[in-house]
Design a protein around this ligand. Structure first.
Ligand code: RUB
Length: 336
């Protein structure tokens, strides 16, 4: 067993910002993780290849341990650390830096490409209902507006953290008319909506969509009202572990986001639960819009297999599958 190698400040800061949601939203988290790994790649002072690989994996684990639900984070680590190769420190460094740059470019391109696909589903004069704040979903509206279509939005505020306010501000920036509603008003306003448009943190092999808590209730209501449900999600949201029977962990957040200390005191002994995400079953989803085109949820598994094969590796773990890192040592290094 060896001591953990030092982390670049950018890794510690990014991990802290993801955990506290200063950095939030699946795509943004993935981009920030790639940037942090690039900083680690540049700054790691390791003088042997094994020490360098250990330092990079340590950074990967620090980032991985922040929030559990958005698979874009492990997929970012998979993409970048999975391309770490070389026989000396400089080659390893170059490979990680090339991978982080390629990953970030790919993210930007994917969002742009899926935005174009999603925009084709929106007609001039349509109204979308949104939940939470999704950069992938907003890319679809932005492209529709760029195509000259007039789009309006009914924006759910999205308790407890009100990410709907971010969505409302960004839509206004695009010149979209916005009506903000409390979450419980959604069903009433669905009659005025032509689409429900949401993003995703993870998509399971069966086409189930993991997104901000409240998405599933919105989808059920929308189906009942006959309003199509469109999920905008680039392929880094596909969760490869679900191919092998794993489920997606739903993050439980602090009760302080739901109720303040004095109200809690006043109410008396209660349990407060604060799940951050829920799962919308595939039967309530009409289309998943990705950079590779749009898919019915049932066929997303084909795309997932193409991209990940049958199983996904975890390059932030040591080669022996543990976090001990003792399995990866240079011949000249002591192993204890
Ligand atoms: C954010 C959320 C977003 C997805 C997709 O939750 O649920 O809908 O992450 O976002 P939180 P994007 O605020 O808890 O991170 O399309 O930007 O990846």
């Amino acid at each position: 067993m060896t001591d953990d190698p030092p982390l670049a400040d950018a890794v510690d800061d990014t991990a802290a910002d993801i955990a506290t949601m200063e950095i939030r939203g699946a795509a943004t988290i993935a981009a920030a993780a790639a940037d942090a790994l690039a900083a680690q790649a540049r700054e790691t002072a390791a003088d042997t290849p094994a020490a360098y690989r250990r330092a990079m994996r340590h950074a990967g684990r620090r980032l991985y341990d922040t929030r559990p639900t958005a698979v874009s984070l492990p997929n970012a680590l998979r993409y970048t650390l999975g391309r770490m190769e070389g026989d000396d420190v400089e080659a390893l460094r170059e490979s990680v830096l090339a991978a982080t740059t390629a990953f970030t470019d790919r993210l930007d391109r994917a969002q742009n490409d899926l935005g174009r696909v999603g925009a084709n589903r929106l007609r001039d004069g349509d109204t979308v209902m949104t939940h939470c704040h999704s950069t992938d979903a907003l890319a679809c509206v932005e492209h529709a507006v760029d195509q000259g279509k007039e789009v309006s939005a009914i924006v759910k505020e999205t308790r407890p953290r009100n990410q709907g306010h971010i969505t409302a501000a960004e839509l206004r920036g695009m010149g979209v008319d916005v009506t903000l509603v409390v979450d419980s008003a959604a069903r009433r306003y669905l009659d005025d909506a032509d689409h429900v448009l949401v993003g995703a943190d993870s998509i399971a092999a069966d086409g189930g969509v993991v997104n901000k808590i409240g998405t599933s209730g919105l989808a059920v209501n929308a189906r009942e009202r006959g309003v199509p449900i469109m999920v905008a999600a680039q392929t880094i949201k596909l969760h490869p572990d679900t191919l092998t029977g794993h489920t997606v962990e739903i993050e439980m957040r602090d009760e302080a986001e739901v109720i303040d200390a004095s109200a809690r005191e006043e109410i008396g002994e209660i349990t407060v639960e604060n799940p951050a995400f829920d799962v919308t079953p595939p039967r309530y989803v009409d289309a998943i819009v990705t950079e590779s085109g749009q898919f019915p949820p049932e066929s997303i598994v084909t795309l997932m297999r193409e991209l990940f094969g049958e199983s996904a590796d975890r390059p932030w773990e040591a080669p022996d599958g543990t976090n001990a890192d003792s399995a990866d040592t240079d011949a000249t290094e002591p192993t204890t």
